[in-house]
Structures are given as structure tokens and as C-alpha cells.
Design a protein around this ligand. Structure first.
Ligand code: MN
Ligand code: MN
Length: 357
């Protein structure tokens, strides 16, 4: 299939010529022709033959925007925050650059056969209005916001933003689903009790989530951890609580498909949250982040991890720590946008049509 053919236009039957993303509540729009030639009532990303890739709405995948999660199966949400970072800042610009670099994404997954926009109603509901002068207030703002999203029955996929944000999301997830399994992909464990004496920081979210009873301890998996530490306990604290910690060196030179098969078997049908810190990838692939550690995962291992979540009862996911000032090329954000799309492709209700590789 040519690139042009896969970028089909999206005519609306009996209505306007095209479905206009950004029009607000798009749920009442008529049938649209999907990129696969079928008719669908679901929102579709704006195709590259209808509007040049560098134009159109600056939403995730150039999807319709709407102000709330009402009527959605999945909501893309930005959290423009970096006031929890400990080293290089800049992740406040992450959501906007991820959305920008998502403009090349087409609707059909050529590797897995997933066609998420034929099965799920998806939109971009904008950014959480954090208080950029107060991190402690911001985490409460985030929890309140996600309580609202989850009340609509939507699955949140979050564009970060520093990793502090996962704790307040998990508080809302627990209120809705109870304790969840966790797949946490990161160079760092993020289980510090405090940083500089503070309980709220991007190195502490999973310690706080554990304290709040958000996690099923025997179903917590941390993948990609590496680098220098203060003591062995940096990684062993989770192990002592029953968590599985897979350090980056255990992943080198390997396919991670067997690891993911093992993780799926251990998680079973429990609700699962996927938190993906872009710094899990080697800085050769993703330099645009704040706390860089060499020796990381490859992009194809990252894809294997996310694609390996197919079949799990995913109830939410995030892609955090993209810091645009450290990668003016936009490639880090582009990788992040693709990983978020891959998360969408493995959500419950999306059939996996085939597997290449
Ligand atoms: Mn992290
Ligand atoms: Mn990290």
C-alpha cells in the first residue's frame, strides 16, 4: 500500500465534506469513511490527503477535540508540568510537542493489524489546568481531573509532563478500579521516600502510590532500570515489597516478547496501568529528556513492551518526561507519540489482526 493510499480522506455522508477535528463535541457527526474504506461512526484522525501533515489542528493525531471525556472510550490528555523535576526541566512543553509530532501517525497499525479508530471513540480533551507555581496543589488538581474523566468511563492516555503526575492519576484510578497491576518502564525506580525533604517529586510517585494502596504488589513490574544509585536499596526496595524489577542489563541484546508473555501470565485479568518514562530508552534514541542514563532500551524493545500489553485489562497509561528543549529535532517527542498510539492499539476492545515479526 502506498503512503498516499493509506492517508485516505474522511468524507462525511450527507453532511459537510469532511469531519472537522477541533469542532468540539464530534459525537453526533455522521458516518465517516475510515482509512480502510469502511464506514464508521467513530472519530478519525485527519488524513494527510485532506490536510497537509504540517497543518490542521494541533491535537493528538489531529483527532477531534472536546472539552470533557463524555461519550469517549479513550481520552488523550496533556499535563504540561515540569515543577517536579530534579535536574533538567522542560517537560512542561512535552504535551504540545508530542501532539505536534503525532501529526504523521496514520490510523492502521501495519505490524499488529490493530485499527483502534474502528472500535473506540477517541478524542483529545486538552490539558489539565495545573497550578504551575504549586506542585502540591497540582497533584490534587490532577486527581480531581482524572476522577472526572474516569466517571465518564473513558480510559485516560496521558501526555506528560514530569513523572510526578502518575501518582495523582493512580489515586483516581484506585478510586474507580481499586488497586491495580503496574507496568512501569523507566531508567529509574521513582520510589524515593523524599527528594530534598519533599514527598512530592518526580522521583517519588510509586512510593506515594504504594503508600496509598494503589498497587497490587505482586503484580508490579519495573523494566529498564539502570545507571548509578545511592545504594543497592534504590532498586531492591521494590523487590522487598514483592515487585519484579528487570534492570536494563537483563534486557540487552534480547527480544522482550518472552518477558511480556511472562508478565501477562502473572497479571492475568487484573486491571493494569502502564506508565512509560521516555528515559527508559537509550539517549541515542530519546535524548530529549531531563535525567538521562546511558545503556537503555532500544525503540524496538519499547515497542515490544507496549505491544506485549495486548490482552491485558489496561485501564490507563501515560508517556512522561519528554523535554523538548533537549531535543530540538522533535524525534524524542515523535517516539513518544508513536508509543502512545501503540498504547491505544492494545486497549481492551481493539482486535489484534496479525503479528509481523
Ligand atoms: Mn520516571
Ligand atoms: Mn526516569
Amino acid at each position: 500500500m502506498s503512503a498516499g493510499k493509506s492517508d485516505s480522506v474522511l468524507p462525511v455522508m450527507g453532511g459537510d465534506k469532511v469531519l472537522s477535528p477541533g469542532r468540539g463535541l464530534a459525537l453526533s457527526c455522521g458516518l465517516v469513511q475510515t482509512g480502510m474504506g469502511r464506514m464508521s461512526t467513530y472519530n478519525q484522525p485527519l488524513g494527510g490527503n485532506e490536510m497537509a501533515r504540517f497543518g490542521g489542528p494541533a491535537t493528538m493525531m489531529r483527532l477531534p477535540a472536546q472539552p470533557t471525556a463524555a461519550g469517549l472510550d479513550v481520552a488523550f490528555i496533556g499535563i504540561p508540568m515540569d515543577i517536579g523535576t530534579s535536574n533538567r526541566s522542560g517537560t512542561r512543553h512535552g504535551p504540545r510537542q508530542i501532539r505536534d509530532e503525532s501529526r504523521m501517525l496514520r490510523p492502521f497499525n501495519m505490524a499488529t493489524g490493530a485499527a483502534p479508530f474502528e472500535h473506540l471513540q477517541v478524542a483529545d480533551i486538552g490539558d489539565v489546568p495545573i497550578n504551575t507555581f504549586d506542585l502540591k496543589k497540582s497533584v490534587d488538581i490532577i486527581t480531581d481531573y482524572y476522577n472526572g474523566v474516569l466517571a465518564h468511563g473513558a480510559i485516560p492516555l496521558t501526555l506528560g509532563g514530569d513523572h510526578t503526575l502518575t501518582w495523582p492519576i493512580l489515586r483516581a484510578i484506585k478510586a474507580r478500579h481499586g488497586p491495580v497491576a503496574l507496568i512501569h518502564v523507566d531508567a529509574h525506580a521513582d520510589i524515593n521516600d523524599t527528594m530534598f525533604g519533599e514527598k512530592v517529586a518526580h522521583g517519588c510517585p510509586f512510593r506515594r502510590a504504594w503508600e496509598d494502596g494503589c498497587l497490587i504488589n505482586e503484580k508490579v513490574f519495573q523494566i529498564g532500570l539502570r545507571g548509578t544509585g545511592y545504594s543497592p536499596d534504590d532498586f531492591d526496595w521494590g523487590r522487598k515489597n514483592g515487585w519484579t524489577v528487570v534492570q536494563a542489563e537483563e534486557c540487552w541484546h534480547k527480544s522482550l516478547k518472552p518477558l511480556m508473555a511472562d508478565i501477562r501470565a502473572q497479571i492475568g485479568d487484573a486491571p493494569v496501568y502502564l506508565s512509560y518514562d521516555i528515559d527508559s530508552l537509550d539517549p541515542a534514541f530519546a535524548p530529549g529528556t531531563g535525567t538521562v542514563e546511558p545503556g537503555g532500551l532500544t525503540i524496538w524493545q519499547g515497542l515490544e513492551i507496549v505491544r506485549g500489553c495486548a490482552g491485558l485489562n489496561l485501564v490507563g497509561g501515560d508517556l512522561v518526561e519528554v523535554s523538548p528543549p533537549y531535543d530540538p529535532s522533535g524525534n524524542t517527542a515523535l517516539v513518544g507519540a508513536n508509543l502512545l498510539y501503540e498504547m491505544l492499539c492494545v486497549l481492551p476492545g481493539v482486535p489484534q489482526g496479525r503479528q509481523v515479526g
